[in-house]
Design a protein around this ligand. Structure first.
Ligand SMILES: Cc1ncc(COP(=O)(O)O)c(C=O)c1O
Length: 395
């Protein structure tokens, strides 16, 4: 029986739920795009975005999704023929690397151990072996949305420095910015990539790149530069129009303003903590559900299971059917498996504008669907998650 009336809920690992306040902020009739309130709002965002990743570097915001700003980061810092080391830990660094290859770079992929995070020691060993420093950039993802792995970006950065290697370190934080701790300058990351549609709670359509001085120096020599993405063109101080390489994304700018206000009101540290509690609740649910032949975590090392999204191997349970039943039977959208994990896993996003009714509703609904399918279940995941939330509510 279909029980899917009421408000649909998406617990996919992005695009995440957009707060009503952010949606409401987009309801503006078209302002003057050359002067006045829109410019002030846009400039206030560009002033504040560096603090979100804790950098004093520059920020560039483009009308783009994540793929677009991958391209922005590469074309602005690399030359054709450069060697790029791609630290694979799922799907997304590989996709970024494939773009680099198409743009004319030489790619080498260093694989993480199966079902695990990037190994900083392996990164250090590979870079030490590159005695002539032919590798110009190292690409990694903080949280891979396919596997749900959390990579220790600070440790990888330390490994690069320990090898005495000058390669630029670029981190994709699309699934982690505004969800988990990230200290770009302190950790020594040169380029950071973000997008509007996950922890930042803004509809898909804004891509963000943060760049430090080393990245800006590489930009001076980069020969992959193209007109739309070019940082130099976007840095022009006189014309605001050029910052977006054309017409500004008016409604998205107002949306981002509202989202940054919400982030400032809650505080980044509190947001990171809230994400940790919700992730603990999801992990408690999966732990409880796990059963021989049934569900299990994809990432084996619990210290590397991310706080924004979780990938669950479905064992004998038909993952595609589970997602369909949640959506069509109950109005809950969860993430299907990606790539090699397409038929054997499902994903729960726990990022952004989220509270216990949304999270516990998600977990209880998945549990109901699992029960309806006759899945082998160890114990009640909903009860286990409730206990985690109850514990957090005491303080
Ligand atoms: C970690 C990560 N990087 C990159 C992307 C690509 O972003 P987009 O789909 O907006 O192009 C995604 C999308 O889910 C992602 O999760």
């Amino acid at each position: 029986m279909k029980l899917n009336r009421g408000r649909m809920l998406s617990s996919m690992p992005g695009p995440s739920v957009i707060p009503d306040r952010v949606l409401g902020a987009m309801h503006v009739s078209m302002p003057n795009i050359y002067k006045g309130a829109l410019l002030e709002t846009s400039m206030s965002i560009l002033d504040e975005l560096p603090s979100i990743v804790r950098t004093n570097g520059r920020v560039f915001m483009a009308i783009s999704n994540g793929h677009g700003v991958w391209e922005m980061s590469l074309t602005n810092t690399l030359c054709r023929g450069d060697n790029v080391l791609v630290l694979e830990s799922g799907r997304f660094a590989v996709g970024w690397g494939e773009q680099a290859k198409m743009l004319g770079a030489q790619i080498e992929v260093l694989n993480a151990p199966e079902r695990g995070p990037i190994d900083p020691d392996a990164v250090e060993a590979r870079l030490r072996a590159d005695k002539d420093h032919t590798i110009k950039a190292v690409l990694a993802v903080q949280i891979d949305t396919a596997t749900g792995v959390w990579n220790d970006i600070a440790a990888i950065s330390r490994a690069i420095k320990a090898a005495g290697h000058p390669a630029l370190f670029m981190a994709d934080c699309i699934a982690s910015v505004g969800c988990v701790e990230y200290l770009m300058d302190e950790w020594g990351v040169d380029v950071t990539i973000g997008a509007s549609q996950k922890g930042l709670m803004v509809p898909p359509g804004l891509g963000i790149v943060w760049a430090n001085e080393r990245a800006m120096a590489a930009h001076e020599k980069a020969d992959m530069r193209t007109p739309y993405w070019d940082w130099s063109a976007r840095m022009s101080e006189d014309a605001h129009y050029k910052r977006y390489c054309g017409t500004a994304p008016v409604q998205h700018i107002y949306a981002m303003r509202a989202a940054l206000d919400m982030i400032a009101e809650e505080g980044l540290e509190a947001i990171w903590q809230r994400h940790e509690i919700f992730a603990d609740a999801v992990r408690a649910a999966i732990e409880a559900w796990s059963a021989p032949g049934g569900l299990e975590f994809y990432i084996k090392d619990q210290a590397h299971r991310s706080n924004s999204t979780t990938t669950i191997l479905s064992g004998s349970v038909d993952a595609v059917r589970l997602c369909e039943l949640c959506e069509q039977g109950a109005g809950l959208t969860i993430g299907v498996g990606l790539g090699d994990l397409a038929d054997s896993s499902f994903r729960i996003g726990h990022m952004g504008h989220l509270n216990p009714p949304m999270l516990l509703g998600t977990l209880s609904t998945i549990e109901a669907a699992l029960q309806a399918m006759g899945a082998p279940l160890g114990a009640s995941g909903a009860a286990a998650a409730t206990a985690v939330i109850a514990d957090a509510m005491k303080n």
